[in-house]
Design a protein. Structure first.
Length: 324
């Protein structure tokens, strides 16, 4: 029968130390305190230290010191409501990485990572370090903004975040610390820390979204520049563009969709616009309409003429002769 280690814990801020004695014992304790996973150590003589307490308002706080290791959580752990808990982890010392939902988050001292127990994840500690984790029910962590958990994405807050800095400072006043004078004081001190972590999570998600928008803008600008350079190549393809950007075909098509267009339509419009500019360039009067069509990436002069007339209301020859 599985024994719930968490049920034996004292309430915050009084941590209970664990002395399991071996890796298997620590693995069993972490299964109960964090969520079930497979622990593997990187040292022939691993050294670990584990302390934990129950949060007054619901949830757990865990302090874990260890030599390098990895914990792979292959299964999700949902709370009774099926929503899962939020796992906020503060790297007090050391560095490593968290992986969840296809996202890799390298962390170092001072970083705060956020993940959910309703999805598998992997935590790797690459150097000796100390991690403090809070496992908090989603409805407590997000409060009236429960919809944020439905849109939850793993994220990381860097040490230079003012909110993250405040959360780390406040943590030192809550865990560990002397027993609080009253249950109310313990609860509100603890709740203020949870709220700071929730605010830090929201800030980190906003920053990730801003970074995402910058990446999309940069990729679009590179895409446009690549097309402009190769506009005269009749074999220009999505594959060539994707290779230059270092992204998948699907993401390349997605970039066009974000601009409310498609690859074929965009390429055709740009070639026609360049052809129009060249037809009105007096320095290129010595070139025939067909030659300009080929220069702009059209492989067939008749097809070019039909497209040009549809776009600008006149065939290219007549357009060229019209007064400017």
């Amino acid at each position: 029968m599985h024994h719930d280690t968490a049920s034996d814990l004292s309430f915050a801020p009084c941590f209970r130390p664990f002395y399991p004695g071996d890796v298997r014992g620590y693995s069993t304790a972490l299964d109960s305190l964090v969520y079930p996973g497979e622990l593997s150590v990187q040292d022939s003589n691993p050294r670990m230290s584990l302390e934990a307490c129950r949060l007054v308002g619901g949830g757990l706080a865990i302090s874990f010191t260890s030599t390098p290791l990895a914990v792979r959580h292959d299964t999700a752990l949902a709370s009774p409501g099926g929503t899962g808990d939020v796992l906020a982890m503060i790297a007090i010392q050391g560095e490593g990485s968290i992986e969840q939902g296809g996202r890799q988050m390298p962390f170092r001292q001072g970083d705060i990572t956020f993940r959910t127990t309703r999805l598998p994840s992997t935590c790797t500690l690459a150097t000796p370090g100390k991690l403090v984790m809070l496992r908090v029910p989603a409805n407590r962590f997000f409060g009236i903004h429960a919809d944020l958990h439905e849109r939850f994405v793993p994220s990381i807050a860097r040490p230079d975040s003012r909110l993250a800095e405040t959360a780390r400072t406040h943590m030192n006043h809550v865990f560990p610390g002397p027993a609080q004078a009253t249950p109310a004081l313990a609860y509100f001190s603890e709740q203020s820390f949870v709220s700071l972590l929730a605010a830090t999570y929201c800030e980190s998600v906003d920053e990730d979204a801003a970074d995402g928008k910058r990446r999309e803008r940069d990729r679009w600008q590179r895409l446009v520049a690549f097309i402009e350079v190769h506009l005269g190549d009749p074999e220009l393809s999505v594959d060539a563009i994707s290779k230059d950007l270092g992204i998948s075909r699907r993401l390349t098509h997605r970039l066009f969709e974000m601009q409310r267009t498609q690859y074929g339509a965009y390429l055709k419009a740009r070639r026609l616009e360049r052809a129009r500019d060249e037809l009105t360039n007096r320095r290129l009067d010595h070139l025939s309409v067909a030659q300009i069509a080929y220069r702009c990436g059209f492989g067939d002069a008749s097809h070019f003429s039909r497209c040009f007339r549809s776009q600008f209301g006149a065939p290219p020859g007549a357009f060229r002769k019209a007064p400017l």
